[in-house]
Design a protein around this ligand. Structure first.
Ligand code: C2O
Length: 573
């Protein structure tokens, strides 16, 4: 009997080993060269010089499987500093490959290079990569698609075809000049001239029709669209004329399927939808335009389009004779109700284990600010409202990046004077955050403060929007983590009553949450990834103004709970 048991166990062990070995055998390393270079790009009737990866806009789509390793050699042949961030990749223990400049590395200088090496662990779906230096990500971005491991499949019907749909934002001026000008003047940067779908503005813009992106479909088939908002400064509504969208995933996490005619994505967010070609064969517009929640703020109110084209549709006849594609109706630019309904529909596909017994109860305000003109400064450098300079903050701390060391290097090597770890767990002053805020509360303090987390601590974070200067929806992104969104709401978060709104059963797991305009969001995560992780508003202009902070997550016990050593070619300052 005993020997029989032993035999059983060893057989079982062998089987397990075999299963493990075969799953590793499938894991692959993908090697890519990303050449960052000046490229001639024709858009909106002009030829422009723009920084791209490998001469492409958008850049190359990376396709991998869960468990695979990516090895990307980034070679900087451009004239600006650059880094690449793999937005949404957990980077477990591999923080050195995360990419935000001066956070996990110093920038790759012109002429330099750096090899990003990381393994995708337990993630499936649509993510993306983008430059994380100045406003280079306006033209340096692409899709990062993670397929299920060999032998596993989507938890929904297999789509006939798949297509990434990357929403972008285009300036006729060099985006680097646009942000530099704003930094100089202290005012708001010029709004963009177009939005784009897979790099093209589409039919509604001058000189753009010829290059409009066409997505071909066959009648009756169901396809998967992987939609990514890569715009710099604008939340976007997205729709397809006459077609229903079934949402199945967001930010590389599977969602309970639900059907809608319109979705909203903040910059940084992704949404996967199934779309069935169940309409009469014809051409239908795919369209995106702004959701702009900041009252009175200028924004680009143009509409980008691509075309969903049934292959059996009558050929688009010669110019002038063709029937225009069917145009969809899009929500009004300030339609917050549609956004609220969409957010409320997102639920994790399965029941999840939400962290309870919270170790860290954090409350961060999120919003704009105005800095008084520094003494001796000229009026032309203080072109914010009433001679101020625009700023933004979390808990009144306006985040400033270091310039001589990355935060991660400074932490790992114990270099003093680069940052402090006294980021406050709550705002220094309590006030009616979403009410009429007194002007005396407008002025944040600049600094480089981190919040330290013990390895494995369970964190709850209330993100509270403020009405300082102007209230608006802020897409808040955390590097190195996914988090559960327990609830979102309006007004000031009330810990006595609003906890009843928490979804502790199947909350969505994301890497970017929209904090509603004049409202709040509550998120939870377990600090199980050691390193220094930036958390910031993914509206780039807000990050420029300081709307960010960083978590310093300490090592746990042993190698598997510790940050890996830095790669030999890590760029230093
Ligand atoms: Cu998508 Cu800090 O980035």
């Amino acid at each position: 009997m005993e020997s029989y048991k032993l035999l059983c166990f060893s057989l079982l062990g062998l089987l397990l080993l075999f299963a493990l070995a075969s799953s590793f055998a499938d894991a692959k390393a993908h090697h890519h060269d990303f050449v960052v270079q000046e490229t001639k790009v024709k858009r909106l009737c002009m030829t422009h010089n723009r920084i791209t990866v490998n001469g492409m806009l958008p850049g190359p789509t990376l396709e991998v499987k869960n468990g695979d390793t990516l090895v990307v050699n980034v070679i900087n042949r451009g004239r600006y500093n650059v880094t690449i961030h793999w937005h949404g990749i957990r980077q477990l223990r591999s923080g050195w490959a995360d990419g935000p400049e001066f956070v996990t590395q110093c920038p790759i200088r012109p002429g330099g290079s750096y090899i990003y090496r990381f393994t995708i662990q337990g993630q499936e779906g649509t993510l993306w990569w983008h430059a994380h230096s100045s406003w280079l990500r306006a033209t340096v971005y692409g899709a990062l698609i993670i397929h299920p491991q060999e032998g596993s499949s989507y938890p929904f019907i297999k789509p006939r075809r798949e297509a990434p749909i990357i929403l972008g934002e285009w300036w006729n001026a060099n985006p680097i000049d646009v942000v530099r000008q704003a930094t100089r003047t202290g005012g708001t940067p010029n709004v963009s001239d177009a939005y784009t779908i897979n790099g093209q503005p589409g039919d509604l813009y001058n000189c753009s029709s010829q290059d409009t992106v066409v997505i071909p479909v066959d009648s009756g088939e169901t396809n998967l669209l992987r939609i990514i908002n890569a715009a710099l400064n604008q939340e976007l509504f997205f729709t397809v004329a006459n077609h229903k969208l079934t949402v199945v995933a967001a930010d590389a996490s599977y969602m309970k399927p639900f059907t809608t005619s319109v979705i909203m994505l903040g910059p940084g967010q992704t949404t996967d939808v199934l779309i069935t070609a169940d309409q009469p064969p014809a051409r239908y517009y795919i369209a995106a335009r702004a959701y702009n929640s900041a009252q009175g703020a200028p924004f680009d109110n143009t509409t980008t389009t691509a075309i969903l084209e049934y292959k059996s549709a009558p050929c688009p006849a010669k110019k002038g004779l063709s029937i225009p594609p069917v145009f969809p109706s899009l929500p009004a630019y300030n339609d917050t109700n549609t956004v609220t309904a969409f957010d409320a529909s997102l639920r994790s596909r399965n029941k999840v284990l939400v962290p309870t017994d919270i170790d860290e109860n954090l409350f961060f305000t999120v919003g704009l600010g105005l800095l008084n003109c520094p003494p001796g400064a000229r009026a032309r450098n203080c072109q914010g409202p009433n001679g101020t300079r625009f700023a933004a903050s979390m808990n009144n701390e306006s985040f400033v990046l270091p310039s001589n060391f990355s935060l991660l290097q400074a932490y790992q090597q114990g270099i003093p004077g680069v940052f402090t770890t006294d980021f406050p767990a709550a705002p220094p002053v309590k006030f009616d955050y979403t009410g009429n805020v007194s002007r005396s509360l407008y002025q944040p303090i600049k600094g480089t403060k981190l919040y330290k987390l013990k390895y494995g601590s369970r964190v709850q974070l209330v993100l509270q929007g403020t009405s300082i200067f102007t209230a608006e929806n802020h897409p808040i992104h955390i590097h190195g983590y996914d988090f559960y969104i327990l609830a979102q709401g309006f007004g000031n978060f009330n810990p006595k009553t609003d906890t009843s709104k928490f979804n502790l059963v199947d909350p969505p797991l994301r890497n970017t949450v929209g904090v509603p305009v004049k409202g709040w969001a509550v998120i939870r995560f377990v600090a199980d990834n050691p390193g220094v992780w930036l958390m910031h508003c993914h509206l780039d202009v807000h990050l420029n103004w300081g709307l960010g902070m960083a978590f310093l997550v300490e090592n746990g016990i042993g190698e598997l709970q510790s940050l890996e050593p830095p790669p030999a070619d890590l760029p230093l300052c």
